[in-house]
Design a protein around this ligand. Sequence first.
Ligand code: MN
Ligand code: MN
Length: 325
Amino acid sequence: MLSAGWPLLRLMTTGVPTADSAAIRLRLRQHARGALLGLALGDALGATVEFMTPREIAATHGCHAQIRGGGWLRLAPGAVTDDTGMALALADAWLLNAHAPAAEDYARAFDAWMRSKPVDIGHTVRRALLRFRQTGQACVPPSDEAGNGATMRCAPLALVLLGAPPDTLATATLAQARVTHHNALTDAATLTVVNMVQAGLHAGGTPAGIRAVMAQAHLLAQRFPLFRFRTRPVMNPSAYIVDSLRVVLQAIDLHDSFEGALIEAVNRGGDADTTGAITGAIMGALLGEAALPERWLKALAPAVRQRCGEAADALVARSPAWRRA
Ligand code: MN
Ligand code: MN
C-alpha cells in the first residue's frame, strides 16, 4: 500500500530525483546499454559466419564463439556491419532532432549513413534510399518482399519511447520501417521486437521479465502462425523476416544467458549477423550490460562500444519512463 502511493507523494513533496529514482534510472541505463551493446556484439559475432551453413561453420570454427572479424566482408576483428550502422543512424534521427522524427527524418539519417560508405548494405535498403534521393519520397509502397532490414535496426526506438503510449510506439516503429520496408510480416515482426526489448527494459532479468519478453513472441505466433517457433530448429536462415526471426525466438526460448542465446543464433548460420544483432538487443535489454561477456566487449571495436553506450544513455534519458522515474 505504502509503495503504491509513494512515487506520487515524492513527486508532490519534492519534485526532484531521490535516491529511489536514481536507482531506477541506473537500472534503466544499464539495460538500455545492454540492448545497444548487445545488438553490436551479435552483429560483430555473427558477421564472421554470415552466409555460411551450420556445417561449414562447424568445419571452420567448431562452435563459433569468438569475435574475430573476417567473414565474407573480411572485417577487422570487432568491426560491425549495417545492422549496427543503421541502428545508430536511427538513434541519430532522434538525438539530432528536438522533435520526434517523421519518416523524412529517418530517411535522411539512413541516407547519411549510406553516404558514409558502410561495409555492406542490403539490396532493399539501397534501392529505397536511392529512390529517396531521387524523388524525396521517404516511404516505399507496399511490397511482397519481407526482408529483415527494418527489424534489425529497431532497438533504439524501444529505448527512447520506453513508457510511451502504445500507439505512439507503433507509429514511430512503422515510420522508420516504411523508409525501406512495407509489408505486413515485417511490420508485425518489428513491432514484436520493439515490444520484446521494452519488456526486457521494464522487468529486467527476473523470471517475470523473461515471461513478459516471451509473451510478445507467443502473441506474434498466435496472430501470424508463420512465426511459430516451437518447431524444428530453423537452420541457415535467409534474410526473409520469418526465417530470421524464428531463429531469434528459438535462441531466446532455449537459453537464459546472453552468451548462450547469441552462440545458438549465430551458429545456425545464414543471415547470422542479423539474427545475432536482434537476439543481442533483446537479451541485452533483458539482462543488462553486466550480463554481456567481458571478452566480447573487449573485442568490440572501441569506437563502436563507445557510440553504442553513449547513444543508449542519451536515448533512454529522453524516454517517458526516465522522466517518470
Ligand atoms: Mn549486416
Ligand atoms: Mn545480415
